[in-house]
Design a protein around this ligand. Structure first.
Ligand code: DHB
Ligand code: MG
Length: 233
């Protein structure tokens, strides 16, 4: 096969993967005005546009419903896109607590959850997670934890997630597939702290007998995705 032919086939495969993502989003996770506004909020407020995909939101919602989630914790709130998907899985007396380091992001998040009519069951706590996590030990256990914040601290967030969840809960982390580096057999010593954190996270969940885990390419044409762990003991 010529180089040109190979390049053409690779482009076609990438286009097809993108088309599949689009079709899954459109068929299984169509956005209403609330979700669309939450997706567009980062760009409008000079924040990074790094929300999860619609299908990832639907997956979070499905997993929350599967465990009958009444209490959900999110580490990394951004503009509330995943927050809306998750809070919509809660019963009226349920609770979503989102931790966010930026007061500006938290304000946009509150607007997104208010627009969804979910402000009664959702709160964002502002500050470094190292300061907001310890208080959670005082409250009831969580049924689902979603980790989507600074990647270098994922291993620490996993330890906290294990402390605040009940058996039968899900712990889900975003970006743990990231072009394959966090899945490598051995870690390249030259990688950045974020990639190291993601790699260590995957290693840790696999090694932990309290967790049943799998990574799932769910975004970016399969180039990125979640690690999903069920707390089994
Ligand atoms: C980045 C962070 C994310 O959580 C994500 O889903 C995509 C990109 C980032 O920091 O670049
Ligand atoms: Mg992410």
């Amino acid at each position: 096969m010529s180089d040109e032919e190979q390049t053409r086939l690779l482009r076609e495969a990438a286009d097809t993967r993108a088309l599949i993502d689009q079709r899954i989003d459109a068929l299984f996770a169509p956005e209403d005005d609330v979700l669309r506004a939450a997706r567009e909020a980062p760009a409008a407020h000079d924040m990074p546009s790094i929300s999860i995909s619609p299908a990832q939101g639907k997956l979070l919602q499905t997993l929350a419903r599967a465990v009958g989630a009444r209490r959900i914790l999110e580490i990394g709130a951004l503009a509330g896109y995943s927050g809306v998907w998750l809070a919509r899985a809660l019963p009226a007396d349920g609770r979503l607590i989102s931790l966010e380091v930026s007061e500006k992001h938290a304000q946009v998040w509150r607007e997104s959850l208010a627009r969804a009519g979910l402000a009664d069951r959702a709160e964002v706590r502002v500050g470094p997670a190292s300061e907001t996590l310890p208080a959670l030990l005082e409250g009831p256990r969580f049924d689902l934890v979603f980790i989507d914040a600074n990647k270098d601290d994922y291993p620490t967030y996993l330890e906290w997630a294990l402390r605040v969840t009940r058996p039968g809960a899900f712990i889900i982390a975003d970006n743990t597939v990231r072009s394959g580096q966090p899945l490598a057999e051995t870690l390249d010593s030259a990688v950045d702290a974020g990639t190291r954190g993601l790699w260590t996270y995957n290693q840790s969940v696999v090694a932990d007998s309290r967790l049943l885990s799998v990574a799932l390419p769910t975004d970016e044409g399969g180039l990125d995705g979640f690690t999903i762990s069920l707390v089994i003991g």
